[in-house]
Design a protein around this ligand. Sequence first.
Ligand code: ADP
Ligand code: ZN
Length: 431
Amino acid sequence: MYWNNNVETISRKDLETLQLTKLKKTLQAASVTPFYKKVFTENNINIDAIKTLEHIKDLPFTTKNDLRLSYPDGMVAVPKKMVVRMHASSGTTGKSTVIFYTAKDISDWADLVARCMVATGATQDDVFQNMMGYGLFTGGLGLHYGAEMLGCMVIPSSSGNTLRQIQLIQDFETTIIHITPSYCLHMVEAIRAEGIDPYELTLKKAYLGAEPYSEATRKKIEEQCGIDAYNSYGLSEMNGPGVAFECTYKNGMHIWEDYYIVEIINPETGEVLQPGEEGELVLTHINREAMPILRYRTRDLTRIIPEPCQCGRTHYRIDRIKGRTDDMLIVSGVNVFPSQIETVLMKFPEIGNNYQIILDRENNLDRMHIKVELYSKLFHGDIKEIDHIKSKLKEALKALITINPRIDLLEPGSLPPSEGKAKRVFDNRML
Ligand code: ADP
Ligand code: ZN
């Protein structure tokens, strides 16, 4: 049931003691890096004065921009010869950032991933097909070593080449896939288009992560494939995948607090919020040699779920990521997250698995245009039916986001499929 019983069910009190010891060690390590040496001096930080976990608030935040400024190795805390690997973020919001790992960092990361997989009920009997991109992106290699450590048979298929992926699932009786939710939605369509019933396949679980998606999308994927889908959260600055993962209760992701100190802040003021309040996730990695990062502003919006989980793990859970602080769209003065629109779309059985949100400005007014594919079996081209679906969708969107978008319902397969992190929003207002 557990990969590491002692750590996963540790009492909160012992966990805090462990965190403090590890934090002190991390601060010591960070203090030798050119970046933190400067930060500590400029902010008059005396690391010996950090005597309780509360004192973490005295440290300044680290941002993505700090990582960019200290590119390539201004945050490295070990001699170069100890570094065995580097990865880079996907660069969704600008120049990508680089992360380095020692051999211990790599094996600790794998151990953490094995812990996540066991929490979902995975065992060495599973066949794990890893459809996340291999390479600089952490999604592929990140899960790979953890799955091997657990003893699964790993198929390192990487992303793309959908027909070959389906063939591999069939030939090697894959039981778990690791995939972005947008690619998974595309994959299901492709499986059906091949005349295969997804329920006839050996698939049991999907690990979905790397991009925001809604609960409605999870349900849709589960229903369409007859599997359990688990939410997986990670970011390269904090290793990659394996930071937080759902257990079999599928109700928030356990965030491994022996590796990370978790804070939620008000993104505007930087004030630390109480457990349960929604805000920006801030993480301190307290278990890394090559690149300790303190109070990292993830820009991801969530909340801590402080209530204990039925699985017995004592580490806090975080709620599904609502989006990034910089994902929020302001349309005619109304704040909208793409995930809210997705929630509405995915609840309609008539709607297919791919969509785009396009924003334009006409005569100084914001216009939202949503292009969505229809579900293949329901697409008959009957104008009346299409008009009816359109007006139901408009109503639902208006009720939720008070915006009246233009909606185009498209034939399945009209929009470009996503094989990795999907690009759904096209904001042309600043062009
Ligand atoms: P980049 O920041 O360039 O996209 P990464 O590849 O490291 O770099 O991606 C990490 C980011 O992906 C996270 O900060 C978060 O915004 C997003 N992400 C990862 N997993 C999830 C998830 N399960 N739900 C929502 N967003 C996620
Ligand atoms: Zn749990």
